[in-house]
Design a binder for this molecule. Structure first.
Ligand code: ATP
Length: 246
């Protein structure tokens, strides 16, 4: 039983979710390590959404609202922490969810599939019933992508992703939105928009921002996108970390 008065209660709640997801066969062993790396960077940014990250979240919302075929690509960590918000975003925009696992096994796919089916996701791709093609120049278990999903997509949302796949997707000229607490990761560096924030804060904030912009003229949204520079965003995120040491 977690003690609500514990000063790190929220962090313990998320650790608990990670451990449960591991026991349920949703999360691979290395997913627990990836969570630890995320926690470290969350400490460094002060465990809150910075003004710079809030601005980036708004830009991500603009991308979602101006793209033709966005797809939400999810792995075990994302499912462990924010499956409800993924399902909500998929419903809000009527877009598919694609399961894409680094350590793909039929059992993990089935376990994750069950989570999203129970949450009522209408279009779930990347399951073993799907048709796959390989991501060009990417070897390994993360290479197969759903023909219906990522190949057709103009915008791919890949939270907590590894760098190889992000690099290859960006070479395919797809816009990439990523959530990663580490502004120095290869994924952060190669994405079109990198939200440097904890996924547990960023996902609800993206949904709020989409609802804020949903009736805006597309031209206004495009203007916001055109004025955004991911390099400046990442530099700001690094400066936010440096300031914490001063
Ligand atoms: P890359 O291959 O992109 O250089 P990496 O090897 O660190 O980076 P992984 O370990 O595959 O990539 O992915 C985990 C990434 O997700 C890490 O950068 C980590 O900081 C980030 N991360 C983990 N948990 C969270 C979370 N809850 N919210 C946001 N980011 C997180």
């Amino acid at each position: 039983m977690l003690n609500k008065d514990h000063p790190r209660y929220q962090s313990l709640v998320y650790r608990d979710k990670i451990v449960k997801a591991h026991k349920q066969g949703i999360l691979a062993d290395s997913g627990m390590i990836a969570h630890g790396r995320g926690e470290t960077f969350d400490y460094l940014i002060g465990e809150k959404t910075t003004p710079n990250s809030q601005n980036t979240i708004d830009i991500a919302a603009c991308y979602f609202l101006t793209s033709k075929n966005p797809v939400l690509s999810v792995n075990g960590n994302t499912t462990a922490l924010v499956s409800k918000e993924v399902a909500e975003l998929s419903k809000l925009l009527d877009i598919p969810v694609e399961i894409n696992l680094y350590y793909r096994t039929p059992e993990r796919i089935r376990n994750i599939e069950k989570v999203y089916n129970n949450l009522g996701v209408k279009e779930l791709l990347g399951t073993d019933d799907d048709d796959f093609i390989d991501t060009p120049n990417l070897n390994g278990p993360r290479s197969p992508v759903s023909i219906e999903g990522i190949r057709k997509a103009d915008l791919v949302f890949i939270p907590l992703e590894d760098g190889d796949r992000a690099e290859k997707l960006s070479a395919l000229n797809k816009n990439i939105i990523n959530i990663d607490l580490n502004p120095l990761s290869r994924t952060a560096q190669t994405s079109t928009v990198t939200i440097v924030d904890n996924i547990v804060r960023a996902m609800p904030a993206i949904i709020t921002s989409i609802n804020k912009y949903i009736d805006y003229d597309k031209k206004n949204l495009q203007e916001k996108i055109d004025n955004f520079d991911n390099k400046i965003n990442l530099n700001n995120a690094i400066q936010d970390i440096i300031k914490r040491f001063e």
